[in-house]
Design a protein around this ligand. Structure first.
Ligand code: C2E
Ligand code: CA
Ligand code: CA
Length: 563
């Protein structure tokens, strides 16, 4: 052996033996392992003594061996001179790793097959990193659910098989009162709330359902397997119900609730983008008709979205032109029928003469930043009107969340009282729990200043929001208005209502007055009186109407139940 041959042979051997990241070895014609380097030992766990002489098929899974894959791969390498693949291979201890494999046929100078050179690289880490990356790209890290991209891909895959599967339903879920949780309890608690909702939806959707988070407080559930319209409705309702249960945020129970919009494929769209857009329209429509509702998409909703822009325009005009009126609804002593006062309720008749519900246009006005201006008009109007009533009648005016955040609210109220001559004790401002959330301290300050003026403060719709009873203690309130949903629960078969009873006990404890809203039947009246709630409001005593129609009451100060 010449010096040059010797050194190149040695160098070659050193190179191959020294490589640790690659398993490099030779196989005989039949796949018998002929030699073994350090990289091979490291990758596969066998020492040279243990493996040289054995067939390389032992690196493959039992199934691959049974299917003849090791032999097949050698045949390909033989035919084409080269074979490369990625796949699972097995170590001595039985553990699997993801390998990149290259097989090259080696021939002598005469073209006779000597065997195969094999290079294997363990790509498990890279594969795991890629997998993690891919996972992150389509998942929401906070809830572990699919994100919008992931859900869209999944949807498209399912839609491509729609003939076989014949239909699926996409439920888009929008939480109703999530922002206040974030604002009040902080982002950590907000995240926790979202995770709880995620787990509930997963449990609801079951193992075959797919759940995603579209972003913010918006989720989606994919219901596949050609569900009937009835099955879709049942699922949508079940989603609303499962999200409506209170969430545990630290030591507090908070209720968020959800609106659900559903689009059914292929009827409402054959691709993910269309289906998502239509389910979104349905959820918007569901939200605009009240909380905790589910709606199936229909074509008219597309037009509705257009009409929202129109509504926005009309509302801006109406506010600029003060094109509103107030309706008044009496609050009575349910025992005697004597009027105690009236609640002023905003009314807007659009150009077509249709009366638009305040429940739909006040949130919009709030969103558009029109509420301080509109609210000021209501206050002024209501105080001016009430100044002409008998001296014992109170006027209740609703304040929107935006008004409560207004810096000079107490000054504004003081100047309106001065202007209209209405004594402060005859004005009661109604606020909702939602309006208090956000900055509780500043709300407390504003309310204290209002109380100092002598104005009453009522907590409206009590029991529907956070129901955090501590609010009632911490804030300078004078009255609680029991939400009409609890009153509606009172009927012939349920004469008492435990929630009403406990709210009344709370009011007695804190020295607060209580009004029950939404009293519609004589039965409810009697039950509330029996429970000790005397201040009542509802259709039984009168619907909201222009003040002129209450002239007789204003004279006799007595309301006769309409029965
Ligand atoms: P709210 O303050 O809870 O007002 C009571 C609502 O219940 C009124 O609806 C009233 O018409 C309705 N109602 C009264 N009695 C009964 C009953 O026996 N049965 C049933 N089913 N409903 C009854 P309306 O007038 O549509 O007002 C809806 C909401 O809009 C109000 O709820 C209030 O939150 C808001 N709102 C109304 N006017 C104003 C306002 O001037 N400013 C602000 N910020 N919000 C207002
Ligand atoms: Ca009210
Ligand atoms: Ca209310």
């Amino acid at each position: 052996m010449s010096k040059r041959e010797f050194s190149s042979d040695l160098m070659y051997r050193l190179l191959v033996q020294g490589v640790k990241d690659y398993a490099i070895y030779l196989l005989g014609e039949d796949g018998t392992v002929l030699n073994w380097n350090a990289g091979a030992e490291r990758a596969k766990g066998y020492t040279a003594e243990e493996i040289v002489g054995r067939n390389y098929a032992c690196f493959y899974s039992q199934e691959d061996q049974a299917r003849g894959v090791p032999k097949h791969n050698l045949d390909v390498a033989l035919c084409k001179g080269h074979f490369a693949t990625e796949g699972w291979r097995f170590r001595k201890d039985g553990s699997a790793f993801w390998a990149s494999v290259a097989l090259d046929a080696i021939h002598d100078e005469k073209g006779r097959l000597l065997g195969f050179a094999k290079v294997t690289r363990d790509l498990s880490e890279q594969r795991e990193a890629t997998r993690r990356f891919e996972h992150q790209a389509i998942h929401d890290s906070m809830t572990g659910l699919l994100n919008r991209v992931g859900l869209g891909e999944c949807l498209d895959r399912r839609l491509a098989r729609i003939d076989a599967e014949a239909g699926l339903a996409l439920h888009v879920i929008d939480l109703n009162r999530f922002k206040p949780i974030n604002d009040t309890f902080g982002h950590k608690s907000g995240d926790e709330a979202l995770r709880q909702v995620a787990r509930r939806l997963e449990a609801m959707a079951g193992p075959s359902g797919i759940v995603g988070r579209l972003g913010g407080d918006e989720f989606a559930v994919l219901q596949s397997g050609a569900p009937s319209v009835e099955a879709v409705e049942v699922m949508a309702r079940a989603i609303v119900d499962c999200v409506a249960l209170p969430l545990q945020i630290g030591s507090t129970l908070a209720t968020v609730g959800a609106s659900v919009g559903v689009a059914i494929a292929p009827r409402d769209g054959a691709d993910a983008a269309t289906l998502l857009r239509n389910a979104d329209l349905a959820v918007q429509a569901a939200k605009s008709t009240g909380r905790n509702r589910a709606l199936l998409f229909d074509r008219a909703m597309g037009e509705l979205a257009l009409s929202r822009n129109l509504l926005e325009l009309k509302l801006r005009h109406a506010v600029a032109a003060r094109d509103f009126r107030l309706a008044y609804q009496p609050v009575v002593d349910g025992r005697s029928g004597r009027a105690l006062g009236f609640e002023a309720l905003l009314r807007w008749d659009d150009q077509t003469g249709r009366s638009v519900s305040p429940a739909s246009f006040i949130p919009l006005a709030e969103e558009l930043g029109l509420m301080p201006e509109l609210g000021e008009w209501v206050l002024q109007r209501a105080c001016r009107t009430a100044a002409n009533w008998p001296d014992d009648l109170v006027v209740a005016v609703n304040l929107s969340p935006a008004q409560l955040k207004q810096e000079g609210l107490a000054d504004l109220v003081a100047s309106i009282l001065g202007e209209t001559g209405l004594p402060a004790r005859r004005l009661e401002l109604e606020i909702t729990e939602t309006a208090l959330l956000g900055d509780l301290d500043s709300a407390r300050r504003v309310l204290s200043r209002l109380r100092d003026l002598g104005v009453g403060i009522a907590l409206d719709d009590f029991g529907t929001g956070f129901s955090s009873l501590s609010l009632a203690r911490e804030l300078p309130l004078t009255r609680i208005k029991i939400d009409r949903s609890f009153v509606a629960d009172i009927d012939e078969t349920h004469p008492g209502n435990a929630i009403v009873d406990s709210i009344l006990a709370l009011c007695r404890g804190y020295g607060l007055a209580a009004t029950a809203e939404g009293v519609e039947t004589e039965h409810q009246r009697a039950a509330l009186i029996a429970a000790g709630c005397h201040d009542l409001q509802g259709y039984l005593f009168g619907r909201p109407a222009p003040i002129e129609s209450w002239r007789s009451i204003l004279h006799s100060a007595r309301v006769v139940a309409e029965a």
